[in-house]
Design a binder for this molecule. Structure first.
Ligand code: ATP
Ligand code: ZN
Length: 760
């Protein structure tokens, strides 16, 4: 930790909402009790106002003369929020992704601390840790003004109070928990009633809890018990566990092969050695099962960090991790920045998933940053997927990552049988072929579950007038508005514009308006008629809007309450629904001819992931994929020879076209309400950039974006591509400061996306 005397000449500060640089200040008026250190927040004069900033370093001298330096107004923290190691990592990320240091640093700490507010003081009454290591003070729960607040706090306790393990830690809090019961938190407080009564009331050592793979005694039968590992799983665990220091592993395991079980063993091992573990997953909200599984199996305090948490809940979880009390952090992409003083293992689950990439503001890839952080923390990194990204497969092929394969499903489950259904010339009932419907009949009759996948929500993607040909176009985007019949509205999925569903054509007044094509709502309609009396659940963003609804639907699906599950890609995410024997993929063709060079890769990943929901237990699974292109070479290869073979071929295509991972890209996007302005600006950028670039750097564009008008702004882009990462980084480092100085017209917004995942 850098320390300094109050006489130090210069303190370097990343100032919020300021230009991309760091600014030098004089220390606050001498004599204060706290010595300014890197990682502390400060309040500084900036322009005509004051801003919050963070000290990035303390130096002996500044390049500026002392009389031009202003003094820091106040230190906001008594101790650094980020250690030197954390700072180094975040500032590296800021440089790599060309984001301002302040934006990066302040996205690494809780949102509330962007304001000049004090951190929650763990020593203050209400935030004390109990002797047993519970990080949440029960007194605080009792004081929670509303039941909702108390519940929020409870939810921030990752293990959930249902967890038998947590009883131990709450052993001495039974009185407080009883008080909670009086607030109506009845279900949760049933635990309280016997907390402290059982032999488990003795307090475990929270700092170094014993590895514990056994389950709590009140566990329902047939739950995850930590089965014996099979040979491949054991091998993977052994090899990774032997790694001391940094090393990156690709756990390439087919769907249902028991990757999670491998993670759990590795986590237990690392925890037993007193290390902290960070697990990143694409979307926690979509995978409640995973969270529960971790909570059931891991005895050590765990913090869960994701975007659905309230600010205060997030901050609590963050503090638990930063203080080292939480030993395991399970989080979505932004959790990559959580300070963890004893970090010793990083796991990225579903490493191919696009949601690990932040798509606005500070555009980073949490997966790529995990590898960098593992390097800095000198710890092993595990990237897991049944459908690894081509980048990661390439890294494994080049020997940078070690690939560990789980080639077969765990337990008794067999691989699903995937078949194409050629729908050319076929009669389709709301997009459903006769073959698919017949298979559904059979499986439902046999008492099994069926999953239907259609990646389009709403009733129909377009509403059209049968008399004059009018179509429901969005006024602000180059896109059609989707008909949502449940809400009786037209909705633009790109800008969010809504309109009441028109009863007559806005053009010719005809009442003959017809929906074209189908989304999940419309398929649901058809299925409810065709399979009258068969319980069905539709799972998409519309049907799961209410908090807790997805959990409820998935739990009911798991109990077998529903026989048909119909949904969007929410259903493709790692769910383990053992009774599903048939998966129907209604439309795969959108991925075959997509404009983005990653379209085929995404199509293949989605197909294999959705298909992977079939036949995960003792009953075999069948997958029917409807297509109009049954002879498409990529599709054929994927189904005949599997994802690995598909990926080899796709990599060969990328190599031939010199596309990533065989080259490196950065995308400059610009938009403006005025036509041409964004393009004009990017032309100027090109003129600035060309002379700075080595000859190997290619510029593509500027060109209008695929969807040129979106939310009322006209968009354009310029792609930079270089054979080597260092060339691209070198160019960006000199180019970006100049671009920031360019006189961009006020109404033009622009951004840079390094390693973009989406080119349109
Ligand atoms: N060695 C094993 N023997 C028997 N069952 C196992 C074994 N390992 C894991 N399982 C069980 O197999 C099922 C699937 O495992 P898991 O969910 O970990 O697979 P996964 O590889 O993470 O799947 P996906 O990538 O599809 O999400 C789970 O019910 C798990 O408890
Ligand atoms: Zn729109």
């Amino acid at each position: 930790m850098s320390t300094a005397q109050t006489t130090t000449a210069c303190i370097r500060v990343a100032v919020t909402s300021a230009p991309a640089d760091l600014f030098d200040y004089l220390p606050p008026v001498p004599g204060g009790p706290v010595v300014p250190c890197a990682g502390m927040r400060v309040l500084v004069p900036f322009g005509r106002g004051r801003r919050v900033g963070m000290i990035t370093s303390v130096a002996a001298t500044s390049a500026l003369p002392p009389d031009r330096l202003k003094r820091i107004d106040a230190l906001l923290d008594r101790t650094p929020l980020l250690t030197d190691g954390d700072l180094r990592f975040v500032l590296w990320a800021a440089r790599y992704y060309q984001c301002s240091p302040a934006e990066a640093l302040f996205s690494a700490i809780p949102a509330r601390l962007r304001r000049p507010e004090p951190v929650l003081d763990p020593a203050a009454p209400g935030w004390r840790a109990t002797a047993a290591g519970a990080t949440l003070a029960m007194a605080d729960l009792q004081r929670a003004p509303r039941q909702r607040d108390a519940l929020g706090l409870l939810r921030s306790q990752p293990a959930g109070l249902e967890d038998g393990m947590l009883r131990q830690r709450l052993g001495d809090c039974s009185a407080a928990l009883r008080a909670l019961a009086s607030k109506g938190l009845v279900a949760r407080c049933r635990i309280a009633a016997d907390a402290g009564n059982g032999p488990s009331a003795s307090a475990p050592n929270a700092e170094h809890p014993p590895p514990k793979s056994a389950q709590a005694s009140d566990q329902a039968p047939n739950q995850d018990t930590g089965p014996e590992l099979n040979t491949e799983q054991q091998q993977a665990v052994d090899i990774i566990a032997q790694q001391s220091g940094f090393g990156c592993f690709l756990l390439d395991g087919v769907t249902g092969s028991g990757k999670t079980e491998v993670y759990l063993r590795l986590i237990e091992g690392a925890l037993a050695q007193g290390r902290q573990v960070l697990v990143l997953v694409p979307e926690i909200g979509l995978t409640p099962q995973l969270r529960e599984r971790f909570a059931r199996r891991i005895a050590a305090p765990m913090a869960v960090l994701h975007s659905a948490l309230g600010e205060r809940e997030r901050e609590l979880a963050w503090q638990q991790a930063a203080s080292g009390r939480a030993r395991l952090v399970l989080g979505t992409r932004s959790a990559i920045f959580t300070p963890m003083p004893a970090l010793g293992l990083l796991i990225v689950d579903e490493e191919h998933d696009a949601s690990l990439k932040q798509q606005d503001g500070f555009r980073y890839s949490a997966r790529d940053l995990a590898v960098r952080r593992g390097q800095l923390a000198d710890s092993p990194v595990v990237l897991g997927s049944a459908t690894p990204s081509l980048e990661t497969l390439f890294n494994a092929r080049e020997g940078r990552y070690r690939r560990l394969a789980l080639t077969r499903r765990a337990g008794q489950a067999a691989d699903p049988d995937i078949r194409l259904v050629d729908i050319r010339g076929q009669y389709l009932e709301t997009g459903l072929s006769h073959a698919l419907l017949t298979h559904m009949d059979q499986q439902i009759e046999a008492g099994n579950q069926v999953l239907l996948f259609l990646n389009r929500r709403g009733f129909s993607p377009v509403l059209t007038c049968h008399d004059c040909g009018w179509v429901s176009e969005c006024n602000h985007c180059d896109a059609r508005m989707t008909l949502h019949r449940g809400r009786d509205q037209l909705l633009c999925h790109h800008c969010g514009l809504t309109q009441p569903r028109p009863l007559r054509c806005p053009c010719c007044e005809s009442p003959d308006l017809r929906p074209l094509g189908q989304g999940t709502e419309r398929v649901e309609d058809t299925l409810r008629k065709r399979f009258a009396g068969v319980p069905l659940a539709r799972i998409d963003r519309d049907s799961t809007r209410r908090k807790g609804e997805l959990e409820r639907l998935l739990a009911a699906a798991q109990r077998g309450d529903y026989r048909i599950l119909l949904g969007t890609q929410m259903l493709a995410k790692g769910h383990h629904l053992p009774a599903i024997t048939l998966v129907g993929i209604m439309d795969i063709d959108f991925g075959l001819y997509g404009t983005d060079f990653r379209a085929a890769e995404r199509m293949a990943q989605l197909l294999i992931q959705v298909a992977g929901r079939a036949g995960r237990a003792d009953r075999p699974g069948t997958v029917l994929v409807q297509t109009r292109h049954p002879q498409h070479p990529m599709l054929e290869r994927l189904l005949r020879q599997g994802y690995g073979s598909f990926a080899e071929a796709a990599l060969a295509e990328r190599a031939a076209a010199a596309l990533p991972p065989f080259s490196h890209q950065a995308l400059l996007r610009a938009d403006s309400p005025k036509a041409q302005a964004a393009l004009e600006f990017l032309r100027q950028v090109l003129v600035t950039a060309r002379p700075l670039a080595p000859p190997s750097v290619e510029f593509w564009g500027p060109a209008p974006a695929q969807m040129e008008r979106r939310a009322g702004r006209v968009r354009a882009q310029l792609l930079l591509q270089a054979p080597r990462r260092s060339q691209l980084q070198g160019l960006l480092a000199t180019l970006l400061p100049r671009l920031r100085a360019l006189p961009a017209p006020r109404h033009v917004r622009w951004s840079i996306d390094v390693d973009p995942k989406d080119l349109y």
